[in-house]
Design a protein around this ligand. Structure first.
Ligand code: G3H
Length: 545
């Protein structure tokens, strides 16, 4: 970010209409007017929400105006109740077509869906880019990672099911143990990974035989419009249903009905807490949650600073810091704090800020229009309490563009010390004694991940042992992140409930259930007949290739 980041300099980074490269333009405004309920794409004639891109367009007079992408239905509690009724009917207390279907048939439906999804890749990738301001490269990565996730899920289910395709005999009892669905799953993903994180719950939930109600995130909603037909055509009636509209209006009735069996939410712990409490029979509700986090980097005195800087730039500012796994506090040993800050600020100055389609762009417009004012408030609070912004132009903003700010020294009196900023502001906290850094992690409300940077094996080992009991992933000399997706992704305290790796997600959305019979000649003959006659989807020894 070498050019002067004045308001005018930032405004000039937004394009004129004619500057937008043709290959990144959308075919036209997308006015979605259908909702998927009970296998029907119903026309919606009620009110619609206008979708504005975080990308502003510069008019000939220099003024900036929001770029309109289209609109989607604002449905009401009545439609969400109808969607719920359709899901409940499709599940039919576990007797429906989908929950009783054999695993290989369900896999075939998901494969069919994946082919239909891939046909829409270009449009979906563009919509991710335009709706949430994610770079074109990262938007494409999000799509491809999602398709990989689905394929890995299919493989993991084959392995799981094949391992269960055998009988066990113990203490005179013959058993076959498999995993069965839980019922109606309400899936809600976040706006920072609208496709990927919605699908990392929706797909495992579906493939395990559950039926789904899904509500798209508040930004990144239109990108689901091209997928609705695929949902309708690839799955039996009522297996996937949509809920659009204002979350606070359309979601509480679903939870209060007591008919939602699993709440799958990637979002805030405040919302999760409220929704869970609305369920009249909480013991019947399973929650699979990915929530708030305030992951810290701990930079020790003997850390390789170049490596720490590289990882901390990626960790704190990839997608403008809008990742649940982002490094949201950097704790640095006071003896190397100034050296770290100098290199860190220099690295940030070299990041390219601009529009999502620009080559090499790193900092892009923010989708939440309230975010720049919130971040400015955090900066003002820290400055009033003695911190300074250490990088040139840090905190300057124009509409949705916000120059990353490195704030130092941050202490416990400042908002940035504890609040999850979820944006391009990096609080740096000095420490003299490693106990202070450990205490920061221990006393946090969150417990997702931490990164430690250092080179002494004794110190690293001494830190790892208490930290693994505070968080669920300790990254050594690398940033925090979710992937690879086959590794467990979870957190403690207010950061998560349940675990979401490819294989763990299959477990999260299912329950072990079994048949048992006395090990007698009669039972053996009976089971033999069921297996050899292919009479049951559950009792079988089939191998899915
Ligand atoms: O927002 C949370 C995402 O799951 C983070 O995924 O670490 O791969 O960017 P990531």
């Amino acid at each position: 970010m070498n050019a002067l980041q004045t308001h005018a300099g930032l405004a000039a980074r937004f394009p004129r209409l004619e500057d937008i490269p043709p290959e990144y333009r959308l075919p036209g405004p997308l006015h979605q007017r259908t909702i998927l309920i009970g296998g029907q794409l119903r026309e919606w004639a009620g009110p619609a929400h206008t979708v504005l891109s975080p990308v502003r367009v510069r008019d000939p007079d220099g003024s900036l105006r929001p770029f309109e992408l289209g609109s989607y239905p604002i449905t009401t509690a009545a439609e969400s109740r109808e969607a719920l009724a359709a899901a409940v009917a499709a599940y039919a207390s576990g007797t429906g077509l989908w929950p009783t279907m054999s695993v290989d048939q369900r896999i075939a439906h998901v494969q069919d869906f994946t082919c239909r999804l891939c046909e829409k890749r270009e449009l979906i990738v563009k919509l991710i880019m335009w709706e949430i301001g994610k770079s074109a490269v990262d938007s494409a990565k999000e799509f491809d990672r999602t398709v990989d996730y689905i394929r890995q899920t299919i493989d993991a289910l084959k392995e799981l099911d094949n391992n269960n395709s055998r009988f066990q005999v113990a203490e005179g009892t013959i058993a076959q143990i498999r995993r069965a669905p839980l019922g109606v799953v309400l899936c809600m993903g976040p706006y920072n990974y609208p496709l990927n994180e919605t699908f990392t719950t929706l797909i495992p939930a579906l493939i395990m035989g559950n039926v789904v109600l899904f509500k798209p995130p508040r930004f990144g909603t239109l990108l689901f419009a091209p997928i609705l037909e695929a949902f309708r055509d690839a799955f039996p009636t009522g297996v996937v249903n949509t809920v659009y509209g204002r979350g606070e209006e359309v979601v509480p009735p679903l939870m209060a009905s007591g008919q939602v069996n699993v709440l799958a939410l990637i979002g805030s712990s405040r919302v999760a807490d409220k929704l869970k409490k609305l369920h009249p029979k909480t013991n019947r509700l399973r929650a699979v949650l990915g929530l708030d986090a305030k992951n810290a980097a701990i930079i020790l005195a003997d850390a390789d600073l170049d490596l720490a800087v590289r990882e901390c730039v990626l960790g704190s500012l990839s997608f403008n810091g809008q990742r649940c796994t982002a490094l949201k506090t950097i704790m640095v040993h006071r003896s190397v704090a100034e050296a770290f800050l100098a290199r860190f600020c220099a690295a940030i100055a070299a990041l390219r800020m601009g529009m999502p389609w620009e080559e090499g762009v790193f900092i892009t417009p923010l989708p939440d229009s309230n975010k720049p004012a919130y971040l400015a408030g955090c900066l003002a609070d820290a400055q009033a309490k003695g911190a300074t912004i250490r990088n040139a132009d840090g905190g300057q903003s124009c509409e949705s563009l916000f120059v990353p700010a490195v704030v130092y020294p941050v202490d416990e009196t400042m908002k940035l010390y504890r609040e999850e900023q979820f944006g391009p502001v990096v609080p740096v906290v000095p420490f003299d004694d490693i106990g202070t850094a450990l205490c920061y992690v221990e006393s946090s409300d969150y417990g997702q991940q931490v990164s430690i940077f250092g080179s002494d094996p004794d110190t690293i080992a001494t830190l790892v042992d208490p930290l693994v009991n505070q968080v669920c992933r300790v990254n050594i000399n690398c940033q925090c992140q979710r992937g690879p997706d086959i590794f467990p992704f979870t957190g403690r305290k207010d950061s998560a409930e349940g675990t979401l790796s490819v294989s763990d997600a299959l477990r999260a959305f299912s329950i072990r259930t079994m048949i048992a019979a006395k090990s007698t000649a009669a039972s053996k003959a009976l089971l033999d007949e069921i297996v050899l006659g292919h009479k049951s989807a559950f009792i079988n020894t089939r191998f899915i290739f």
